[in-house]
Design a protein around this ligand. Structure first.
Ligand code: SAH
Ligand code: SF4
Ligand code: F3S
Length: 451
């Protein structure tokens, strides 16, 4: 059988943070086979594209990328025809799109040699060996138990300062619009010991921040360990280690978690709480299992326990049957909550979901667009006002590196996850600095180093 030793692998990652973490698991699995990682598809023996299926445009992007990669392969075969002995590049599609489309993707994309769903990465070495001998392979069985808990991720693209730790996989909330339960399978939590050990090892290597990841982290449960207990254990590792998490579902945001956050200053003051819609009628149709009143009650609880906490959200404009009144209800919640940041999307119908089977995608595209624009405009004003309120305040910032704007400036983030840019002075990436905010835009704070 072909050996993978010294084979050059290029991994490209799309989609959410879970995919970033999965690509690190994939690298770990391939590293133990002796693979080496390269920085571009042109040099690679194997190109692995870790994909996202959340909206149609996410999938279109992958189809475009696969067309580009066809050119890389054609160039190689032309050179081989001229007598050069150049190794063929094999292309594999991993992740959510592989899982959703299965064999159909290989039928539509002839240059793809293998498909591997999110729960089958342990099989990658065998699959790649078969592919190198001329097979085309598809492996997309989902597992009720796989958590890759024994695999130490290889953080190849990382900054050595901040790392993701995947603590659970899958989702079974079945929001009506969402493809994730079909691409990621049933919810399962990774054992707590392996998570805490991974965080401790990262801190030992010099990392200063970990983000605990799951589609719905606050339903984490491993034995008797709740998410609040888990995060407390991770926060105990050191007061110098910052702990973040994403994403929490409003229906499960417990007072226990908020009280734990209040107890540990190193659990960051930032909660991502996806709203999706401010209308009870829409929330019900979306199967979100909370009302706008419940959501506002949770926001008030956050403000009570953590007065300096930032709150961010996700929202969908133009879900099935959304009326102007429903849309106004969303704008109303945005005004009341005053989010620090929002990820805002136009509804995209996904095959196989409840919405695709039972509801109609009946909001015209130009109406979706206009509603989305209105949300974006409003949120822009809110974010700017929120940032203006930070001017004059001092924050402890974890310095991450050189700012894109100027090599004389660093950027870092405060506990609230806001980016702050400042003249570098004697600050050091990977350590903390105190920064006073002197100005802002809607997206960024500007500041200066203080004692
Ligand atoms: N588990 C997280 C979200 C995961 S997907 C949660 O429940 O909050 C990230 C975001 O993509 C969602 O919060 C939602 O706002 C958006 N999204 C998911 N499916 C979508 C669809 N079909 N069309 C548009 N946006 C969608
Ligand atoms: Fe999708 Fe809902 Fe699960 Fe989030 S909670 S991943 S939106 S089904
Ligand atoms: Fe996309 Fe899959 Fe994440 S669909 S958002 S990569 S879980």
């Amino acid at each position: 059988m072909t050996e993978l030793n010294n084979k050059k692998v290029y991994v490209e990652t799309y989609g959410c943070q879970m995919n970033v973490a999965d690509s690190e698991v994939v690298r770990s699995i391939l590293k133990s086979e002796g693979c080496v990682f390269c920085l571009s598809a042109n040099e690679a023996d194997f190109v692995l594209i870790n994909t996202c299926a959340i909206r149609d445009n996410a999938e279109q992007k992958i189809h475009r990328r696969l067309r580009e990669l066809r050119v890389v392969q054609q160039r190689q075969s032309t050179r081989n025809a001229k007598g050069y002995d150049i190794q063929k590049t094999y292309i594999g599609v991993l992740g959510c799109m592989a899982e959703r489309l299965k064999q159909q993707l290989m039928r539509d994309e002839e240059n793809v040699s293998f498909l591997v769903g999110p729960d089958s990465y342990r099989k990658l070495p065998d699959i790649m060996r078969r592919v190198a001998q001329g097979d085309r392979v598809s492996e997309t069985v989902l597992s009720p138990s796989e958590t890759y808990s024994d695999i130490s991720p290889v953080r190849f693209d990382g900054n050595g300062i901040s790392a993701f730790i995947s603590i659970m996989r899958g989702c079974q909330n079945y929001c009506a619009y969402c493809v994730v339960p079909y691409t990621r399978g049933l919810e399962r939590s990774r054992d707590a010991r392996s998570i805490i050990n991974e965080a401790r090892a990262l801190f030992g290597e010099g990392y200063k921040e970990v983000t605990l990841l799951g589609q719905n982290v606050n339903s984490y449960k491993a034995g008797d360990m709740s998410f609040a207990q888990l995060i407390a254990n991770v926060a105990e590792i050191s007061p110098e280690l910052r702990v973040r998490f994403a994403t929490s579902h409003p229906k499960d945001l417990s007072d226990e978690l908020l009280a734990t956050m209040a107890e540990y200053p190193n659990i960051c003051r930032c909660i991502h709480l996806p709203l999706q819609s401010g209308s009870n009628r829409m929330l019900k149709l979306m199967n979100r299992r909370y009302t706008a009143e419940w959501y506002m009650d949770r926001i008030e609880a956050v403000r009570r326990y953590l007065p300096d906490c930032s709150i961010t959200t996700d929202v969908i404009a133009g879900f099935c049957g959304e009326s102007e009144d429903d849309h106004r209800a969303t704008l109303d919640i945005f005004r009341r909550v005053q989010y620090d940041y929002a990820y805002m999307f136009k509804f995209s119908m996904r095959p196989d979901t409840y919405a695709a089977k039972h509801l109609k995608d009946d909001v015209p595209d130009e109406v979706k667009k206009r509603r989305l624009e209105e949300i974006i405009m409003l949120q822009g004003e809110i974010a700017l006002r929120n940032n203006q309120r930070d001017v004059g305040k001092r924050f402890r910032v974890l310095v991450e590196g050189t700012s894109h704007r100027s090599k004389d400036q660093f950027f870092g983030r405060n506990s609230q996850n806001k980016v702050i840019v400042f003249d570098r002075g004697d600050a050091i990436p990977g350590s903390y600095a105190n920064v006073e905010v002197t100005g802002c835009t809607a997206a960024t704070l500007m500041g200066r180093l203080v004692e």
